[in-house]
Design a protein around this ligand. Sequence first.
Ligand code: GLU
Length: 513
Amino acid sequence: MSIRVRFAPSPTGPLHMGGVRTALYNYLFARNRGGVFILRIEDTDQNRFVQGAEEYIMEALDWCGIRVDEGVREGGPSGPYRQSERKEIYRQYAQQLIDNGRAYYAFDTGGEIEKRRREAGGIFAYDQNTRMEMRNSLSLSEEEVKKMLVSGVPYVIRFKMPADEEIIMQDIIRGEVRVNSNTLDDKVLYKSDGMPTYHLAHVVDDHLMEISHVIRGEEWLPSLPLHYMLYKAFGWSGSMPRFAHLPLILKPTGSGKLSKRDGDKMGFPVFPIDWKNSETGEVYPGYREAGYFPEAFVNILALLGWNDQTDREIYSMDELIKVFSLERVGKAGSRFDPDKARWFNHQYLIKKSDREISKEWVKILEAKSHGSFRLPDSGTLEKIVGLVKERVDFVPGLWDQAWFFFEAPQVYDEKTVRKRWKEETPGILKEIMEEIRGIKAEKEDPEVYEKVIKDMTGKHQWSLGGVMNALRLCLVGKPMGPGVFDIMAVLGKKETISRIEAAINTIKTEPRI
Ligand code: GLU
């Protein structure tokens, strides 16, 4: 059997991480089985259409490295891939169901249905028990129906759900699911605006596009009986795709579905890339802009619901493709853990070379510097990255750990000064400064500084710890950063001396307690 899967988002807003995970599982499954991955845009709900959402979906997939084989941009043998361009097709198939007696015209207005609902105490189902009391082509005479159709009275087309059928469904993740058709209503398949509903459009498209597996969110599981009955009504049961309904991604607390609000409250993104609401101007933060690597994001999503039964956690896309299977997707929802997400990014960050990281960082630094500091050469930048990258989870976070390589401290931490700046400190530092001035090494090397300073502290019996703390205060202004000798070697002789000098001049004038 040839494997063809589709990711079928509705462009009703930005794709959240659950949506990207659905795309990813479809993609991994297709690639693992040598199949085709299709992107179909389900834009038949005109009221919910959001400008820019379709472009957003494609950009997000591109960023993740999820490559589409057939789609709106790529084209392909089963196009068009945007449902709004397939209206005629749905019309024909709706007609086919009417002609076969499997669907019917319904002329009830929204107001009429609402009235029935109110009369019934708020619960009303348009189904086998009530359909003959309503205004439709089953209850009205042929004559009347014809007249209404000719005179353009608005109508919808409803599915005539057969009575008392035991519908036995198979789901790859959940196993067998059974429902009796008596519990199901007559869903609208075709709307008065000339557009199909999701139920009709996706069944027709999955059939025409020869989809072999439908992999989608579990919110669609309750609709599966209807979809089964639609395949049957069309006579397509024999070629029906197999289904896999993915479990939810749960809140960090584990209670309920992860929502945008959880992200706002707890300070993590729920969208892959920034989304700007064109009406309100509001920006919803994305993983990309928060500094996540796409590989890390993909890795995080892959493990939210799937595992390969080992403790392994780090997988590249190619590795995921090799080992992914739907059988290893769990039934239960997976709790999203923002700390673990950061941990994943950290793993990718430390695995990347200093050169790779500094190339990304330089883009951020260039935007940040505005001429207030000069960027060092690329070799120095790589050295800085190497010194601090273990301490951060994200490339933009490097700045907080490394700002003092770019600008001299303006203030000296008071508490540290009180503790570390002794009477004799300026004198000692002056001597060290002179010694550094005399260094004649060809290149800046932490070992040269280490030797000079250790020799001097040894000779004069100074406390090495005390000297190091004082030097750190001069160079950084507070007790942070990598090794003092490493910092000196990156700053270079001239800058190191100038910072020691500045500290001696500034700190000595401060009132002592
Ligand atoms: N358009 C539906 C959605 O956005 C797709 C469901 C499906 O994959 O069948 O959820």
